[in-house]
Design a binder for this molecule. Structure first.
Ligand code: FAD
Length: 531
């Protein structure tokens, strides 16, 4: 009884705010929360620089709850914004819904039937492959634990960090060092359930409602809320040989990276290829302790100073099982001998597949213990065409950065043919392009001006300006733009398609307003809603 009274109270609050015309009983069953102690929990994100408290949070108990909420908004004369929030690991408020409702997709908040009856992996005889169906708010770490425990299986394509939601990474792309071979995560999902901006729950795939399927993948939450994803699996390897080698010569570094991602034979290639930039020795000393180099201990001081103090680390793994453990040393050696790294700079370690995939979580725990996790993160992620990566090195790593980083800088190439052009994500128009990720933490009280949020944000702008001026034709990954013309430029020749998809699947501009793609002036309800 108390519960019903509480719900009625909530709905009474919602109706005058958003002008609902539906019968209020439609919303009664929904777990909508309005109290500031709850709504404030989603007012910021991992970036830590934006704040926007929604009017309400929905904790869905099923996809139908999401459909009811969106339909309510869609049928209202004053539609209200709705955004899904996976794990809130965006940087610039992308999962927020100013003046609207945030749907908390996390499994922790999801009640009843969704927390039980996790589907088991199953075999598709038509595709000769295993799949698993997962709730889109599920974290990748839980997907992995589940599939490993049920058949020794695992998804094929990853992100470096696993405490991200399936729906959140599929709305962007989902990339890591496996993407050169398997493509991004959006290339490894075969069916989705989606609630569109009209409140319709639709199953889509390559063969069924394919326009919606492709729109939603990399769609930045603009066309529908993914509730279920069918993810392709493979047999999980038992162990991973993890190798790092150093370069002082950028041309040799990128040539080797590009050579490695061109290899396709399963036995004669690495399973994961990434890299990072080291502009000071701190980073090496950080990871040195977790690596060992049995044959060639290296004095780091002997490597410093080359190339203006900038080093490049190439990072690779080779997966293996008990049955082929005898050949892994030889396989790795054969691949390494083709590379042109600094002699004697080979660092190797060996761990389980789960330990390798979950490696960033270890770093997270260390940073949390030091109070360095929940700090502002002015991250910038760029896709850079391979033909201009040397210019980028000259202008940014050895130019703008000036020997200071304040966090890891990842750099690794990917093959464009592993990306499906029909999805909504945009990548450079070249066969090979790099991810360059500036994953920096701001520390305003460290006494070092180069670590402040202001400094790092200004440096990000300088980097973007450099790319623009030099005509590098980069694209932002996990994009953040402030004006519609910037978004238009971001999507380039795909802008028209993006707009058409919006008109078809979310004609009232209800979804994903935190992305700021469709500005208030272009939103039909804005004059009503914001007046
Ligand atoms: P949120 O931030 O909650 O949401 C992101 C966007 O997706 C929002 O627009 C939201 O509305 C929308 N959305 C969320 N769920 C759904 C859904 N079910 N349906 C439709 N739209 C939805 N990315 C990589 O590709 N590779 C990496 O290696 C990588 N490493 C990372 C490491 C860390 C420590 C962090 C913080 C982020 C990393 N990311 C990486 C970025 C990550 O992919 C994005 O932050 C992404 O947004 C996923 O985070 P999330 O699940 O918390 O989604």
């Amino acid at each position: 009884m108390a519960h019903l009274l509480f719900l009625s109270f909530l709905i009474c609050r919602l109706i005058p705010i958003v002008g609902l015309t539906l019968h209020s009983s439609d919303l009664l069953p929904l777990q909508l929360h309005f109290h500031p102690s709850t709504t404030s929990s989603v007012s910021t994100d991992f970036g830590g620089t934006t704040h926007s408290t929604p009017l309400a949070i929905l904790h869905p108990t099923s996809p139908h709850d999401i459909a009811i909420l969106i339909r309510t908004s869609y049928l209202s004369p004053h539609p209200f914004p709705i955004s899904a929030r996976g794990h809130g690991h965006s940087i610039n408020g992308q999962a927020s819904a100013p003046q609207g409702v945030v749907i908390d997709m996390s499994r922790d908040s999801v009640i009843s039937d969704l927390t039980h009856d996790r589907p088991l992996p199953f075999y598709s005889s038509s595709r000769h492959e295993y799949y698993v169906d997962v709730w889109a708010g599920e974290l990748w770490i839980n997907v992995l634990s589940w599939t490993l425990a049920n058949g020794g299986l695992a998804p094929k394509s990853w992100t470096d960090y696993l405490y991200l939601s399936v729906g959140g990474t599929l709305s962007n792309a989902g990339i890591s060092g496996q993407a050169f071979h398997h493509g991004p995560q959006i290339s490894n999902v075969h069916e989705l359930d989606v609630v569109t901006g009209k409140g319709e729950l639709v199953t889509c795939s390559e063969d069924q409602n394919s326009e919606l399927f492709h729109a939603v993948l990399g769609g930045l939450g603009q066309f529908g809320i993914i509730t279920r994803a069918r993810i392709a699996l493979e047999s999980a390897p038992q162990r991973v040989r993890w190798i790092r080698v150093l370069y002082s010569n950028f041309t040799a570094f990128t040539r080797d990276q590009e050579q490695l991602i061109s290899l396709h034979s399963d036995s004669k290639r690495f399973d994961y290829v990434e890299g990072f930039v080291i502009v000071n020795e701190g980073l090496i000393n950080n990871w040195r302790s977790s690596f060992f180099s049995p044959s060639n201990p290296v004095k780091m001081s002997s490597l410093g100073g080359a190339n203006g103090g900038v080093l490049y680390c190439l990072e690779m793994t080779k997966n293996y099982n008990e049955y082929n453990a005898h050949s892994v040393d030889q396989d790795v050696e054969d691949l390494l001998k083709e590379l042109d790294f600094i002699p004697a700079s080979v660092f190797t370690t060996d761990l389980t597949y789960l330990e390798f995939l979950d490696r960033v979580h270890k770093a997270e725990l260390k940073l949390r213990a030091k109070g360095l996790w929940e700090v502002p993160h002015p991250w910038l992620n760029l896709f850079v065409p391979a033909s201009r990566i040397a210019d980028f090195d000259r202008g940014v790593f050895r130019g703008i950065l000036g020997n200071k980083t304040s966090g890891p800088i990842l750099i690794y190439p990917m093959n464009k043919h592993k990306w499906d052009d029909r999805t909504s994500v945009v990548t450079p128009e070249e066969g090979v392009f790099y991810l360059v990720a500036f994953l920096r933490s701001a520390l305003d009280n460290s006494g070092e001006p180069s670590k402040t949020l202001e400094h790092l944000s200004r440096e990000n702008q300088e980097i973007l300006e450099f790319c623009r001026k030099e005509g590098l034709k980069t694209r932002q990954y996990l994009p953040h733009h402030k004006t519609q013309s910037e978004w238009q430029h971001h999507f380039g020749r795909n802008w028209d398609r993006f707009q058409h998809r919006k008109a078809e699947f979310d004609p009232k501009f209800i979804l994903g307003t935190g992305q700021g793609i469709f500005q208030p002036s272009s939103i039909p309800y804005s004059s009503l809603f914001f007046s």
